[in-house]
Design a protein around this ligand. Sequence first.
Ligand code: PLP
Length: 282
Amino acid sequence: MADALYINGRFTTTDERVLGVEDRGFQFGDAVYEVFKFLGKRPIFLREHFRRLEISLRTLEIAAAWADADAFAATIRELLARTAFDDGIVYIQVSRGEAERSHFWPDALTPTAVAYSRRFAFPDAAKKELGIRVITTRDLRWHGCHVKSVNLLANAIAKKEAQRAGATEALMLADGFVREGAGSNFFAVKNGHLVTHPLDEHILPGVVRDRVIDLALGAKIRVDERPLREAELFDLDEAFITSTTQGVMPVAEIDGRVIGNSRRGEVTTTLQQLFDALEAAS
Ligand code: PLP
């Protein structure tokens, strides 16, 4: 069934073919995106996602697609009103726009902005307790991972490699350090402390990552924002990933090696519960 679709100021459905072949998002990956979750038609952390979208656009000098957070929220309200289901995700993409193909983009291009809703199978209680298997792989991405750009080829290759190995996520390794997951941020737990990569050009500033750090500090759990060395990866008490669609998801195995005592750890459980409560209340 077709989903509700917003494109450049009007609403239609995903049945309609709306993009030109010379859209720079299609030809150059010259576009940024966001994904947020909605529950009971209530967008979760919408302001945070809009803020990150604005930063991505500004960083790449793509024109703003919405005048401000209120205009964005109004579009999302209407999109969700047109959506046939209550829980799911919204995918938003803004490209630099459409122009005759050339690496040199014309100034003052009108961006192409789309947003559509999708059903999504969020992890249930059993999955959240069991956790996931992950593999490690080489980080083939560029030095602009802090921008949520649609250049996801290296991420997609890493994810496919994980799938072929019977896992669901791939941890990106570079220069001897663990960066993040192909579609998530990574947290290690050692001696009751959290270790996660600091915010820089090697990782995406995850909305859930931010919330989880705040929740940890509020619960008096120490957080070390430093790159974890590859060698530390197999001497952890617990590990988990964070993302909009997975929330706080325990990592049960890395490259086939069991983490901790093979059950969801105490720190992970605490943060998962705190995060689920925050999401439910927001
Ligand atoms: N890192 C990468 C590479 C991602 O693609 C994502 C989510 O798509 C994340 C981290 C987690 O970000 P968020 O918590 O905002 O969903």
